[in-house]
Design a protein around this ligand. Structure first.
Ligand SMILES: [Fe+2]
Length: 249
C-alpha cells in the first residue's frame, strides 16, 4: 500500500500519529509532496524522518524558500523560515547531521513522473508554487490547462485542502465521497491534504492511501495542544500558527 502525504510543516506530533496510523494499514512506501518544514517547531525531526523513511520527497515552496530565497511569503512565514534555516544549520548540532539535512533539502526534486502518475507540491503547471483551490474548479479554462499536463492522474498538496478534481466534473471534498474515491477513465488531480496544518475546518491530520485502484483519505487525531504549546514557546514562530492547528483553518 502506498501512502501519499504532504505539508507536514515541522509538526512532529501530527507526523508521528500519521506514521503509526499508516503502519497499522500495511503501508509499505511513503511519498511526500513537500513542505516538510515551515510554521512548526520541529523541522530537524520531520526532515530526518522524511530523509530516512520516505521513498520520495518533493520540494515544497517552504523548502524552496529556505534553500534559495523566500519569495511570496508574508512577514510571519518569512520569519518562521529564517528561524527554521537557523535550526537546520544550528552550531549546537553535529555538523555531519547538519550537512545531511541540508544536502537532503537541496536535492529535493520539483516533481516526479512515474508512468502515468505525476507528483507535485502545487500544480502540474507550476509544481512548487501554484495553488489549485477547490473554487478553481469553477473555471473551465484553468482546469483544462491543468488537465492538459496530466496523463492520467496527478497528486498534489500545498492548499492544505484535500479533495479530487475530476476532468469535466469539478471538485469533490472527501466528505462528499465518504473518504474514498475509485478513479475511472477521467483524468484526476488529487489533493492529499495536510499532515501538519489542515485548513479545511477539520483539525485532524490528513493523508491518503492508494492501493492502485481506490484512494482513501484518512483523518488522524493527534495532540495538537502539545504542538501549539511548543510554537508558543518560540518567539520567532507566530502564535497564529499554533491557534490554527486547533481550528483546522
Ligand atoms: Fe504548505
Amino acid at each position: 500500500m502506498l501512502a501519499i502525504l504532504s505539508d507536514i510543516h515541522a509538526n512532529l506530533e501530527a507526523l508521528e500519529a500519521v506514521l503509526l496510523h499508516a503502519r497499522e494499514r500495511d503501508v509499505s512506501e511513503i511519498v511526500c509532496l513537500g513542505d516538510v518544514v515551515g510554521y512548526g517547531p520541529n523541522p530537524r525531526e520531520t526532515c530526518a524522518i522524511a530523509r530516512k523513511e520516505f521513498r520520495l520527497t518533493l520540494r515544497g515552496n517552504h523548502e524552496q524558500g529556505i534553500v534559495f530565497f523566500p519569495v511570496g511569503f508574508n512577514e510571519r512565514a518569512r520569519r518562521a523560515l529564517e528561524w527554521t534555516r537557523g535550526r537546520l544549520l544550528s552550531d549546537a548540532c553535529s555538523s555531519t547531521e547538519n550537512d545531511e539535512l541540508w544536502r537532503f533539502l537541496c536535492a529535493l526534486p520539483e516533481h516526479r513522473l512515474e508512468g502515468d502518475t505525476l507528483y507535485v507540491h502545487g500544480s502540474p503547471l507550476d509544481p512548487v508554487t501554484q495553488y489549485v483551490f477547490p473554487q478553481d474548479a469553477q473555471d473551465p479554462d484553468s482546469m483544462s490547462r491543468l488537465f492538459a499536463r496530466i496523463d492520467r492522474r496527478a497528486f498534489c498538496g500545498h492548499t492544505h485542502q484535500p479533495g479530487v478534481f475530476i476532468e469535466g466534473e469539478g471538485y469533490k471534498h472527501p466528505d462528499e465521497l465518504n473518504g474514498t474515491y475509485t478513479p475511472g477513465e477521467k483524468k484526476i488531480l488529487v489533493n492529499v491534504g495536510s499532515v501538519g496544518q489542515p485548513r479545511d475546518g477539520d483539525n485532524r491530520a490528513c493523508y491518503l492511501t492508494f492501493d492502485g485502484a481506490t484512494m482513501k483519505w484518512h483523518r488522524v487525531p493527534y495532540d495538537y495542544g502539545r504542538t501549539k504549546a511548543k510554537i508558543f514557546e518560540i518567539k520567532e514562530l507566530s502564535p497564529t500558527f499554533g491557534d490554527r492547528l486547533e481550528k483546522g483553518t
